[in-house]
Ligand binder design. Structure first.
Ligand SMILES: Cc1cc2nc3c(=O)[nH]c(=O)nc-3n(C[C@H](O)[C@H](O)[C@H](O)COP(=O)(O)OP(=O)(O)OC[C@H]3O[C@@H](n4cnc5c(N)ncnc54)[C@H](O)[C@@H]3O)c2cc1C
Length: 247
């Protein structure tokens, strides 16, 4: 179990929540997190149990808890803190929970996983605001000599965040400028306009709405000829569909 310590509005649509817990709970919460989110206003959510092998055993019937994936933007087991940036996209149990969360509110972690990145001489990072916490973590951990491009799709200039990167990595913000998220081809178009760097140790990391990721993945596998070990491209959400049934 983790407890909300603080909440901060980072941009109009991103709320940063610092969660506190035991060093063990914080160490298990990331870099990607399987988060168990209670229904807003539910006085007594019935939490599932998590077995040693990571399998989640759900209570019978309605339990008021939903499983969603998030990213630990920062994780500090020593201080007992994990920081998550939630996109307040307006719908869904996790966005609603984050929008309503106040200090003391409880949430649970069912496990953590890797981000899927690997160090490389030349990195392509492409994602939307849901991928920004992962992109910021990957850039912060990249060797100073890393070169490449980070493409980040957001609603508009007000959604840009400071994104420290190695000098050789160009950060480019792509603005939807009024189009709803998940309906634009901005990321795929930006990748399509990039030439494959020659003779480099390449790695591409891509996460955004599923259809956008499919288009970018096809380009990277086809035109760039990237093999499985050279890219990680995952749909982080699906337009018009919940990630799993609400509890
Ligand atoms: C490994 C991983 C890491 C992730 N890390 C983060 C993170 O750090 N921060 C973060 O905010 N998200 C992150 N996501 C994305 C997040 O899990 C999804 O956005 C999820 O759908 C949110 O759950 P929900 O309960 O709010 O909405 P759901 O119940 O899943 O969906 C309800 C409705 O909202 C729509 N929807 C979902 N997400 C969005 C969106 N971003 N914009 C517009 N509409 C949307 C769906 O299409 C659906 O119609 C991550 C996903 C994965 C797989």
């Amino acid at each position: 179990m983790l407890t909300v310590a603080t909440t901060t509005e980072v941009t109009p649509s991103v709320r940063r929540i610092v969660l506190s817990g035991t060093p063990e709970a914080v160490a298990a919460a990331g870099p990607t997190i399987s988060l168990l989110v209670p229904r807003v206003g539910d006085p007594a959510p019935r939490w599932p149990t998590v077995q040693r092998d990571g399998r989640i055993v759900w209570p019978q019937g309605s339990h008021g808890v939903s499983l969603r994936s998030y990213t630990a933007r920062r994780q500090d087991p020593g201080r007992g803190e994990v920081e998550i940036d939630f996109v307040l996209h307006g719908d869904g149990p996790a966005a609603a929970w984050a929008g309503a969360a106040a200090p003391g509110a409880a949430v649970a972690v069912a496990g953590g996983g890797p981000l899927g990145e690997r160090p490389a001489g030349w990195l392509l990072l492409a994602g939307d605001e849901t991928a920004l916490p992962a992109i910021s973590r990957i850039l912060a951990e990249a060797a100073p000599s890393t070169r490449g491009v980070a493409l980040v799709e957001v609603a508009d200039a007000a959604e840009e965040q400071p994104l420290p990167a190695p000098d050789g990595v160009a950060v480019r913000w792509l603005h939807r400028d009024g189009s709803p998220p998940g309906e634009e081809t901005l990321l795929a178009d930006a990748v399509a306009a990039l030439d494959r760097p020659d003779g480099e140790d390449l790695f591409a990391w891509v996460a955004a709405e599923s259809a956008a990721v499919r288009a970018v993945r096809a380009d990277l596998r086809g035109r760039w000829g990237l093999g499985r070990a050279q890219h990680h491209a995952i749909g982080y959400w699906r337009r018009g569909r919940a990630m799993s049934p609400a509890g």
